[in-house]
Design a binder for this molecule. Sequence first.
Ligand code: ZN
Length: 638
Amino acid sequence: MSAAQDRQFRPLPVPSVDVSGFWGDWQDAVCDHTAATLLDRCVEARMLEQIDIGVPSPGVVIPFIGWLGSAQMFWDSDLGKSIETIAYSLYRKPNPELEARADAIIDLYEKLQEPDGYLNSFFQRIKPEWKWTNLRDFHELYCAGHMIEGAVAYYQATGKRKFLDIMCRMADHLVARFGKGPGQVPGYCGHEEIELALVRLARVTGEQKYMDLAKFFIDERGQKPNFFIEEAIREGRNTKSAQHDTLGYNQSHLPVREQKKVVGHAVRAMYLYSGMADIATEYNDDSLTDALEILWDDLTGKQMYVTGGIGPAASNEGFTDYYDLPNDTAYAETCASVGLVFWANRMLGRGPDRRYADIMEQALYNGAIAGLSRDGKTFFYENPLESTGKHHRWTWHTCPCCPPNIARLVASIGSYMYGVAKDEVAVHLYGESTARLELGNGAKVTLSQQTQYPWDGAIGLTLGVDQPTQFALSLRIPAWAKGATLAVNGQSIDLGAITEKGYARVERLWSPGDVVALDLPLVPRALRANGKVRQDAGRVAVMRGPLVYCLEGTDNPVGLNSILLSDGLGRSETAVIADLNRAIAIDLPVLREVIASDELYTEQTPDIVADTARLVPYHLWDNRAPGDMLVWLRAQRG
Ligand SMILES: [Zn+2]
């Protein structure tokens, strides 16, 4: 085994981590409300009629818009993600009623599946004549991917194989259909997702053919001649329609290893890079890793909001130009930040590196979790960084991709917290939890975190081992954690001497009950944007630990753009917000501009008065009285 293979880190299965504290509260919201809500809304949308061969087809429920098609085309993906969410929720809270509802849907899919394994309710029940005619626009493989992910999760949660077997038959159908052999189709999907799903299926079944098909889809993407152009010509379609005149919309403009700029539809890009990172890990493929590192720097260095939101434009649900990050019109789809978490997590497969894990945390705690209300009942699709008070959470959407996406991420968060290799455990995320893990060398370890993180930066880790065991414990020291300290069994350790790529690597013979104390100082800090981000000129964003903070009108009924941050951050105080699940607010002295005139324009200069302002975590905005919101505060140099 090569050194590189020694450094293959894999996430823990969801049931191996019991989460409480901050994430436990969010998971309870998903278990108690979101999981059932997702199914209720799928039923209301008439999705079950589409998969139930015992009732008449509902026909076209959501009208088609040109070649863009209809959100009805990917109803199977909504059901797949909903079943995945339910599966994770069952780990935490057994719920026979919810499980029975999921079983009933799985039974319907079993009856719907064709003898050759094909399964897609839209192309079987609504538009059979369109089956396999348009990989570019029709989301056929995308739906299979989400159904596979749901099937893997449901099998792991319940031990029931039926859904997994159904999706293995579909995957076998795909293995036969796609490839370079005689009679096979050298294609791939316009909306990436099947790639990462097949990796998950291969890992749970041990079937190499699924892994190889995922690799095939990635290797083929963007090769010449371009499959989507050939397909359009063959089917008599305009070669440019429905993809915004560019192959970059679905990242098929170049072979993936030659791509250097993050372009196109944001969610598609994130799912592609996630699949590429998985294949890089599984095949030790440094040519993929090299491409991904360039793409990572391109995204996080020039195209990402401070919230970890990505894809500023609604027109292509995606990327525009470098440093184009408008705040009030930010699209920043919840799914895109969820996808960034997926990608970042998979970049850790080649070893701990905080340049990925810090961004994973930033996207998770801000751009992603903002998409779910505190009670788990309502959702954001777009996540602007400024609002005049008209942007609110909704109960459903004709394109309901975001709710189950954030729900499944929250419900499976335990698997994002750790990476496990042969003789090393990396802790990527902190949060009250207990993990049961097995190292690649067979040693069993229990790792408990005691912490109020992210409200408090003190983290205690207790190790459980059957007998003294040699391995490395790698702890992420976030780049923002200036003055972090570490102690093992009360003995302080020089972080500088053992920190590599932002992880403190403590390698020793661990004994039962060993205790690690990590302290990450949570000092509010003001960030400025690159001068090329014109929308943020003269403004600062306040962060505390991984959390981006914002002003809300309900706390600051004065006109948020009249508030000027001067030197008040150093004199700020924290306060517990009782009606936001005891979240930490930041109260700070500020200046405020007051103009006496109410004319539209005036020559008067404003008076500057002293005031105080309250900042709350961005992800919790619009959970109380509706109103305006602002992340980038005006700054007064002083
Ligand atoms: Zn979405």
